[in-house]
Ligand binder design. Structure first.
Ligand code: S3P
Length: 170
């Protein structure tokens, strides 16, 4: 069976939705950022601080190639994974790609508590940065097979919508 791949901006619920979805489907759950952290022995903010974003993107691309060698998983990715065309191709080859979205103000609220661990938002004006990045990334997120707005929905509701959609696509 194909992988179910969750993509989308920070704070849209990928990890929480992925974990519950994997339980419901009785499939292994893989969080790509946690995978990178395990493999490098460094946290994502540490990698950004010590080696920069470009180095992180290389590690991310390697992790994508590795994980897409397997199927029947639920995979939560980092918010920038679709910026790289090879990642898009690899994830789509044996996966259904679902983009979770949320309104900018909801994203800002959800990410507020975890700003120190989000190097791309951890500047002087995180709210403006969220809006700026969302605009820049819209064409990349549009490559997903399905999009779900999580702004006014619980994790369970989002999971139900995905479960209803999957059989049509399998
Ligand atoms: C990033 C999102 C983060 C993490 C890294 C870069 C991005 O993951 O991969 O900080 O470019 O949007 P989450 O979306 O899980 O926070």
């Amino acid at each position: 069976m194909k992988n179910i791949v969750l993509v989308g901006f920070m704070g849209t619920g990928k990890s929480a939705v992925g974990e519950l979805l994997a339980k419901r489907l009785k499939r292994p759950f893989v969080d790509l950022d946690r995978q990178i952290e395990r493999q490098t022995g460094r946290s994502v903010p540490q990698i950004f601080a010590e080696q920069g974003e470009e180095a992180f993107r290389k590690l991310e691309a390697q992790a994508v190639q590795k994980i897409t060698a397997e199927s029947s998983q639920v995979i939560a990715t980092g918010g920038g994974v679709l910026l790289n065309d090879s990642n898009v191709e690899a994830l789509k080859r044996n996966g259904l790609v679902i983009c979770l979205t949320a309104r900018p103000e909801i994203i800002s609220k959800r990410t507020l508590a975890s700003l120190p661990s989000r190097p791309l938002l951890n500047g002087p004006n995180p709210k403006d940065r969220v809006e700026e990045l969302l605009t820049l990334r819209a064409p990349f997120y549009a490559k997903a097979d399905k999009t779900i707005d999580t702004s006014d929905r619980s994790i369970r509701e989002v999971v139900e919508e995905i479960l209803e959609w999957i059989p049509e696509k399998r």
